[in-house]
Design a protein around this ligand. Structure first.
Ligand code: BT5
Length: 263
């Protein structure tokens, strides 16, 4: 099916900011790590790093992102937004919304989002986002949004993910063009990023797509496990958790995992 390359991506891309600079690798360690190096050397906003294979694909908290070569979309985008460091999660919001729209528009599948960074189809994880930012003197230098999406992936080839993960091909029973999906995603991100720059917040639309609010949840933080009611998410993407003793806690996305808790 669709071969990825800088040329093939450029051919059908209708953007004027996102993906104007494209760096493609057939194999590399991690697109996030590579783009952070480029960012430090002054790469422009909108730079896209994309690969067919990652040998050290990263999830959050030192976890791994798995993807057999050529099966997935594995990409990172560089943003240099005029935002405070605590607002960096807004980039995660616009990218996950653009991914959801692109999948729905291209395939008709219905997509849910799970706080803080999962893309779900029929309750199973089809993609994940890893946002990393660099700050200097209290200002955001840059934000990197890494996106991994299971496109033409037979989950049976990754036994460790069985039962919890899915892919577009698995759901549809046919393969999907990675190029067409990528074009739609990048175009959607550009539209949403321009709105964000005009001051329009993605928060309400993002919250409307989250499936894990208004439920009992279990949050694993570096300091222990918290149980509570997932009340909402604030404009910066922090989860508002009401604990059984009535306290409201604000939990930042970076360092937690979240599970449905069974009463
Ligand atoms: C994430 O982390 O979901 C963020 C994943 C971001 C991956 C992209 S790929 C391009 C860019 N470059 C990188 O190096 N990373 C980004 P987290 O919420 O921590 O979830 C990780 C967990 O998801 C793992 O521990 C597995 O349980 C599971 N997992 C790993 N690979 C998966 C896959 N292909 N599909 C579904 N689940 C997966």
């Amino acid at each position: 099916m669709s071969e990825l390359s800088a040329e093939s991506i450029r051919r059908g891309l209708k953007t004027d900011l996102i993906g104007q600079s494209i760096v493609y690798y057939s194999s590399l360690g991690s697109t996030n790590d590579l783009i952070k190096g480029l960012a430090a050397q002054g790469a422009p906003e909108g730079t896209l790093v994309i690969a067919d294979e990652q040998t050290a694909g990263k999830g959050r908290l030192g976890r791994k992102w798995l993807a057999p070569p050529g099966t997935s979309l594995l990409l990172s985008l560089l943003f240099r937004p005029d935002l405070a460091p605590k607002q960096a999660q807004r980039l995660t919001m616009i990218c996950s919304l653009a991914i959801a729209d692109a999948i729905e528009g291209l395939t008709g599948l219905s997509v849910d989002l799970k706080w803080p960074n999962d893309i779900l189809i029929r309750g199973k994880k089809a993609g994940g986002i890893l946002t990393e930012s660099e700050t200097t003197g209290g200002y955001l230098d840059y934000v990197v949004v890494g996106m991994g999406l299971n496109v033409n992936l037979a989950i049976s080839t990754l036994p460790e993910l069985r039962g919890m993960a899915t892919s577009l091909s698995q759901e549809l029973g046919r393969e999907v063009s990675r190029l067409e999906l990528l074009w739609k995603i990048l175009e959607g991100i550009e539209i949403r990023y321009k709105s964000l720059r005009r001051g329009e917040l993605p928060h309400e639309e993002w919250v409307a797509r989250l499936i894990n609010l208004g439920r009992q949840v279990q949050v694993t933080t570096p300091h222990g496990v918290l149980m509570g009611w997932a009340e909402g998410v604030d404009a910066d993407g922090a989860l508002i958790l009401r604990t059984p003793d009535g306290q409201r806690k604000r939990i930042l996305a970076g360092d937690v995992t979240l599970r449905r808790s069974w009463r």
